[in-house]
Design a binder for this molecule. Structure first.
Ligand code: TXA
Ligand code: MG
Length: 373
């Protein structure tokens, strides 16, 4: 079981989809599948045995709750036995299927005829919580898999715990070979960062994790109850309940050290230049520029120190799509240090900066220097 042969399918066929569905419904092992955000590692949300296999494969801390994926609202209603709370209606209308996760109160257990009770969702999905997260993905392979299994599927991102989330089947293969039997390869993910997690069970409602749907759009389309939405604090104390995993655990970490520069003005590289000059000669350095680093105009002394440059892109959509893949690519290239250019926190910028801050070992932000760990 430690060395399960892993099949990375080169294409999603009818037969492979059914094979994946079979592995899931028989609780044999978790299966990796593409979603529009990142690849997920799925198992039946109704089976504690199956859900525990996800935690084991990822080496995930057992108190970190999983998102339940559904393929239709009627499937969700079968779990809830009631309607989706009204506060979510405009957002679900607008953004499902898509990169939005909503937090719901856990439904009462189902009473069986013999007097025993079955939980509506496996408690292994929702460790210590009175709520659970639900998302309807838009990726056709994810939707088909959930529909064929006719089962709500618990799925975290399919990376090994603390690694950047996978946006290609090869990323999953790198982390999970030998641990899972099957990866459905649907090509690179379109969004590239995980879903936005919102909690309307608290007042005022909160964004627990910025993601594929911007906070501006939550405010714009959510109706009057969402105009004052608060964004969750980014760090939590050790004994606090885990509201989102990055709060407590190191996350999105490549092996290399990551230094993030924010607010570099004209991009002439002033702060970066000083930083580079202070580094030892033999360090292998990769740079991830986004909007304003103008490496072509940096002086030769700076350029000589840089081994690899991978452009993140200019638009929020591009940067989101490239970020995790580029962090992994630089790791594969064996760099010791990654210098990444941060962006403003509007629109997609909030999710991008959330992930960059969590990946960072050091931040240089408008003259301030923050060293982590
Ligand atoms: O885009 C996504 O959401 C991807 C794809 C696969 O759907 N999934 C994903 O799952 O990112 P994961 O496990 O890597 O992140 C789930 C997030 C965590 O921040 C977790 O703490 C939060 O959702 N979450 C899940 N259930 C929760 C709950 N009941 N209360 C608060 N946060 C919850
Ligand atoms: Mg994750």
């Amino acid at each position: 079981e430690a060395d399960m042969p892993c099949i990375r399918q080169s294409s999603v066929t009818f037969a492979n989809l059914h094979k994946a569905a079979d592995i899931i419904t028989k609780h044999i092992a978790p299966v990796a599948f593409p979603t529009e955000t990142v690849y997920g590692l799925g198992a039946s949300a109704l089976s504690s045995t199956a859900v525990r296999q996800i935690f084991a494969a990822k080496n995930r801390p057992s108190d970190n709750p999983l998102i339940v994926h559904i393929s239709s609202v009627s499937q969700l209603q079968r779990v809830l036995h009631t309607k989706v709370p009204e506060i979510y209606e405009p957002l679900v209308q607008k953004f499902w299927p898509g990169p939005l996760t909503i937090i719901l109160p856990l439904p009462d257990p189902i009473r069986n005829e013999d007097g025993t009770e079955t939980p509506a969702v496996s408690p292994a999905c929702t460790p210590g919580q009175s709520t659970f997260g639900v998302r309807m993905p838009s990726h056709p392979v994810a939707r088909a898999l959930i529909a064929i299994t006719d089962t709500p599927i618990a799925a975290p991102s399919a990376n090994a715990s603390s690694r950047p989330s996978p946006t290609t089947a090869m990323h999953v293969f790198t982390d999970m070979a030998g641990r899972i039997p099957l990866i459905l390869d649907g090509g690179p993910c379109d969004v590239g960062l995980e879903s936005t997690v919102i909690d309307g069970t608290v007042s005022p409602p909160a964004v627990l994790r910025p993601g594929g749907v911007s906070i501006e759009d939550i405010r714009k389309y959510g109706g009057p109850l969402w105009t004052d939405v608060v964004t969750g604090k980014s760090e939590a104390g050790r004994d606090e309940k885990v509201r989102t995993p990055g709060m407590k655990y190191r996350h999105y970490s490549p092996k290399a050290k990551v230094v993030v520069f924010v607010g570099q003005g004209d991009g002439s590289g002033g702060q970066v230049a000083t930083y580079l000059r202070g580094l030892p000669e033999d360090l292998k350095i990769g740079v991830l520029p986004s909007r304003s680093f103008k490496i072509a105009s940096w002086d030769d002394e700076m350029k000589k120190k840089i081994s690899i440059v991978k452009e993140l892109g200019k638009s929020g959509t591009e940067i989101s799509r490239n970020l995790f893949a580029h962090l992994r690519d630089l790791d594969d290239a064996g760099v010791d240090l990654i210098i990444a250019e941060g962006v403003g926190e509007e629109d997609e910028g909030a999710a991008i900066m959330n992930r960059l801050r969590k990946a960072a070992t050091e931040l240089l932000e408008n003259g301030r220097r923050i060293v982590k760990n």
